[in-house]
Design a protein around this ligand. Structure first.
Ligand code: HEM
Length: 94
């Protein structure tokens, strides 16, 4: 199970990187009805993969890795979670 969830963790953040790249390419082109529809789909996939990454991350914290006691006393983990949440809020608001 830990390996499966580590794989899913990688899969979700790689999906996010691919989808963000697609957004950059689409936004670099003149906006048309077709590209606006594509942007809508790509944005939905980005949202879903971000939620999946967060859920899978917390499952790893609580069930499949070193446990919450370890991670919630780890500054690097706090920094990572804070940056992730700031990016999530900015992408919802902007
Ligand atoms: C874009 C956001 C993120 C990226 C790029 C990312 C990337 C990574 C990478 C490269 C690893 C090391 C390889 C591995 O063990 O799988 C890792 C480990 C881990 N991540 Fe993330 N992660 C992100 C978000 C999160 C979030 C939001 C959480 C928790 C809610 C989380 C929880 C964990 C845990 C528990 C580990 C295992 C650490 C250990 O080995 O003790 N990650 N992450």
């Amino acid at each position: 199970m830990p390996v499966l969830f580590a794989f899913l963790h990688h899969l979700t953040f790689i999906t996010m990187i691919v989808v963000l790249t697609m957004q950059l390419v689409l936004l670099g082109q003149p906006l048309s009805l077709q590209s606006a529809r594509k942007l809508q789909i790509v944005d939905r996939i980005l949202g879903l993969s971000a939620v999946a990454l967060l859920v899978i991350g917390f499952l790893r914290v609580f069930l499949f890795e070193k446990g919450p006691g370890y991670y919630f006393h780890n500054g690097i983990f706090h920094a990572k979670l804070t940056l992730f949440l700031i990016a999530a809020v900015l992408s919802i608001v902007c």
